[in-house]
Design a protein around this ligand. Structure first.
Ligand code: AMP
Ligand code: MG
Length: 414
């Protein structure tokens, strides 16, 4: 039997995204302080303009610029306007003492900063420089125009976006529902850290690391993680656990056990409970990856299913490239693909792989990318050392100095 052809990563991603409709039971309003990382469910239309009034960008004096035509001009000071107060129309031939953020008095068109002024006796001020019209004036609406779309539906909210909403006087924002994701590790060899002392690990066992990697990623991507624990390599136990979780979760994620060995029970169970596509993805690390759905009993719809490979680096990188866009799409995020940068390599790849390869790299002092020396899919150290991945197409040589496609973890882990 010839081996099944490898599925291109783009095809697998397209198939996933075609099934990733935003979750039903949608929008809820949450307080701004709870909204960081959530996806905005509706456009945010500005109910006022920001800033509300023309105001001063400096501590100094508000003037009519035409009345200060040259350095050395002296004007009497006719009023004082601290932030939080509104002045009166600027008397012709005078200046107003003003502070940062205070509204410009009607008639004034420029601010002279106090560093360029000399205070004289009897309430007058000399300007040591002539202002340009509009100088140090923040125009009303320069940040946000009344009625404009300040934040777009589908935006993943950041602290900066929350600040913008707050500047509009909004206390809450409508956000989409967070996916409930059941996370399972599978394999009889797995021991849970803390369940026994490291030196007591029985021969043939390893500690479960994928649980921590995947739970951390899913939380960063806006999911509520339901810990499904470790599934033994046993058909009945796997079936019971997956069927149970499918009832009240939007997505089930497993690691390992999706190959076609007789100890790989996840695939046959998922096929019994629903439908599954098992792909060997043309990526390295990666390969076995399963996607489908599990039917709920009682006709209550279905849950999505994603089976990741078991090798720690493979499971991490397939999660970054496939699980991440999928769960972002479930939340209605407008952008689900990571932003890549072109950066010069400080390494060579002389024997490229027949598959698209994701290399663990980090920037050196020269701003170029260095390669971790062990790219094996079991070496998690590479992913802690690295700052991101080089996405190297199949069969592609890299020579030092070449520009390569860099996907920073700072992008992928958010
Ligand atoms: P499998 O897909 O079950 O053949 O597993 C592939 C490899 O990944 C094996 O070496 C497993 O021991 C390892 N592995 C599976 N699950 C985990 C896990 N949760 N943490 C660390 N390594 C794992
Ligand atoms: Mg296994």
């Amino acid at each position: 039997m010839s081996p099944a052809p490898l599925t291109p990563l783009e095809d697998a991603l397209a198939a996933l995204l075609a099934q990733a409709q935003p979750l039903p039971g949608g929008a809820a309003s949450v307080d701004l302080l709870q909204a960081d990382g959530r996806v905005l469910a509706a456009d945010c239309i500005a109910p006022l303009q920001v800033p509300p009034l023309d105001n001063s960008a400096m501590d100094g004096y508000a003037v009519r610029s035409a009345e200060v035509p040259v350095a050395g001009t002296v004007l009497p000071v006719s009023q004082r306007i601290p932030a939080g107060q509104v002045g009166t129309a600027l008397l012709p031939g005078t200046a107003a003492r003003i502070f940062t953020g205070a509204p410009l008095p009607p008639g004034a068109d420029a601010i002279v900063m106090q560093e360029e002024c000399t205070v004289l006796a009897e309430g007058a001020v000399r300007f040591n420089a002539a202002p340009r019209p509009g100088q140090f004036v923040r125009r009303a609406g320069q940040d946000i125009a009344l009625g404009s779309t300040a934040l777009q539906a589908g935006l993943r909210l950041t602290p900066a976006a929350l600040g913008l909403a707050a500047s509009l006087g909004l206390a809450q924002l409508p956000v989409t529902r967070q996916p409930r994701v059941a996370l399972f590790s599978t394999g009889d060899e797995l021991a849970l850290p803390g369940s026994l002392a490291p030196q007591d690990l029985p021969p043939g066992h390893i500690f479960n690391s994928n649980r921590y990697v995947l739970a951390g990623l899913l939380k960063r991507w806006g999911c509520v993680v339901v810990d499904g624990g470790i599934l033994p390599d046993d058909r009945a136990a796997t079936r019971a656990a997956l069927a149970h979780a499918a009832q009240d979760c939007d997505l089930l994620v497993t690691s390992a056990g999706v190959s076609v060995g007789e100890e790989d029970h996840v695939r046959p169970v998922a096929e019994q409970l629903g439908a599954l596509s098992l792909w060997k993805i043309a990526m390295k690390p990666g390969k076995p990856f399963a996607f489908g759905h599990l039917r709920r009993s009682g006709g209550a719809g279905q849950a999505h299913f994603i089976g990741l490979p078991g090798n720690p680096v493979s499971s991490l990188i397939t999660a970054l490239m496939l699980l991440r866009p999928f769960v972002l799409a479930l939340q209605g995020a407008g952008v689900v693909q990571p932003q890549a940068h072109w950066v010069q390599a400080d390494f060579d790849i002389r024997k490229p792989d027949s598959r698209r390869e994701f290399l663990r790299v980090r920037r050196n002092g020269a701003g170029r990318l260095e390669l971790f020396d062990n790219q094996n899919s079991g070496v998690l150290t590479s992913t802690v050392w690295a700052e991101g991945l080089v996405d190297n197409p199949a069969q592609t040589l890299i020579a030092r100095g070449d520009s390569v496609r860099f996907l920073p973890f700072s992008e992928l882990l958010t």
